[in-house]
Write a protein that binds this ligand. Structure first.
Ligand SMILES: *Cc1c(COP(=O)(O)O)cnc(C)c1O
Length: 382
């Protein structure tokens, strides 16, 4: 399989006909338990927390799409991040991008820190800051690039080289770009994480998460967490993600085209004080985006100056829906400070630049002229 190109992998990796029936689609194996051959002998599965045939196929597909050695899926993106840090021990040190998904910070600060694991937030766009923060006890450097919602990029190759030289692993939350637009393992990272809820599933109809490992040891490590902690993905949701990824390359082409068109349009709009989109030449890390990514995606954030202005736009949009989440076929708009970053204090939001005037857009795959017309009429309300 791995000799094939990306669009072929999306349709075929893990998605071969069922050997028993010839079913072209991977069947949904709704069985909690599996009949054994005899004592100590099974047909590959014994109980669905440890493994399920539908889930196994999804794991095979996701490993192939990220160019990894293995993949383990979980009940949500947060369950995947939980599995990433669950194998750590008291006294271990974790460095995390200072500007991450709010749920990641909530997990690390309100749960994981209580186990005596040290969490330190570092601006990973600054390699000197990373070098200073790395300690002998640092086990993991967790990168999110581009960040939510400010679209700051981290140089995955440079961070990986530095972290590896000091004995730490690097994990990358690749949710915002999907494996279609960024391949962290090829840039030197050890583990890729996704909320499959977003672009991979692509239809806003199921939650899920994945850890893709680059070494056989990662499969052992994360399978133990699936089995011991139990936060696994159901067979039905595994099927939904399998179906979603068949069209991932096609969807991402349209997301990319629409994202670029909307960013161009919004970058000169008088009501938009600032736009954060790595595809624009005005983005301070545009050159890194060109080097590290295969596209710029369809996530962007606007500074409209005030919470009131954001409220007016959200009240006026007709096609864009005022909803959290991202990566679905439909366009969404949301107020970052009270949705994805509600878990942070206002002080911490201000420290990382998340103002009350930010409006985040997840541009869908509708006709771009209709989306531009919708934002034109909505911005007139500001
Ligand atoms: C949504 C999201 C998560 C969390 O995933 P869930 O599936 O909602 O649990 C983590 N990281 C990023 C970047 C996300 O957008």
């Amino acid at each position: 399989m791995s000799e094939h190109k990306y669009a072929t992998l999306a349709v075929h990796a893990g998605q071969y006909p069922d050997p028993q029936t010839g079913s072209v689609n991977v069947p949904i194996y709704l069985s909690s338990t599996f009949e054994l051959n005899g004592i100590g002998s099974d047909k590959g599965w014994d109980y669905s927390r440890g493994g399920n045939p539908t889930r196994d196929r999804l794991e095979e597909a996701l490993a192939a799409l990220e160019g990894g050695a293995n993949a383990k899926v979980f009940g949500s993106g947060m369950a995947a991040i939980t599995a990433l840090v669950a194998p750590l021990h008291t006294g271990d040190h974790v460095i995390c991008s200072h500007n991450v998904y709010g749920g990641t910070a909530r997990l690390l600060d309100q749960v994981i820190q209580n186990y005596g694991i040290q969490i330190e937030y570092v601006d990973l766009t600054n390699l000197d800051a990373l070098a200073a923060a790395l300690k002998p006890s640092t086990r993991l450097v967790h990168v999110e690039t581009p960040t939510n919602p400010l679209m700051q990029l981290t140089d995955i190759r440079a961070v990986s080289e530095l972290a590896h030289s000091r004995g730490a692993e690097v994990s990358v939350d690749n949710t915002f770009l999907s494996p279609a637009l960024q391949s962290p393992l090829a840039l030197g990272a050890d583990i890729v994480m996704h909320s499959t809820t977003k672009f991979l599933n692509g239809h806003s109809d199921g939650l899920g998460g994945v850890l893709v490992g680059s070494k056989p040891e990662h499969a052992t490590r994360f399978h133990l967490i699936q089995k011991a902690m139990g936060g696994i993905l159901s067979p039905f949701e595994s099927f939904l993600v399998l179906r979603g990824i068949k069209t991932l390359p096609l969807r991402m082409k349209q997301h990319e085209e629409n994202g670029r068109a909307l960013a161009e349009f919004l970058s000169t709009h008088p009501k938009v004080q600032k736009i954060f989109y790595p595809g624009l030449k005005s983005h301070p890390q545009h050159e890194l985006a060109v080097r590290q990514q295969k596209g710029f995606g369809s996530m962007m954030t606007l500074e409209l100056g005030s919470r009131e202005a954001v409220g007016r736009v959200l009240g006026a949009v007709k096609l864009f829906l005022n909803a959290e989440s991202l990566g679905g076929v439909e366009s969404l708009a949301s107020h970052s400070a009270t949705t994805t970053h509600a878990a942070l204090t206002e002080e911490r939001r201000q420290a990382i630049g998340i103002t009350q005037g930010l409006l985040r857009l997840s541009v869908g795959i509708e006709d771009k002229d209709d989306l531009i017309a919708d934002l034109t009429q909505a911005l007139a309300a500001v």
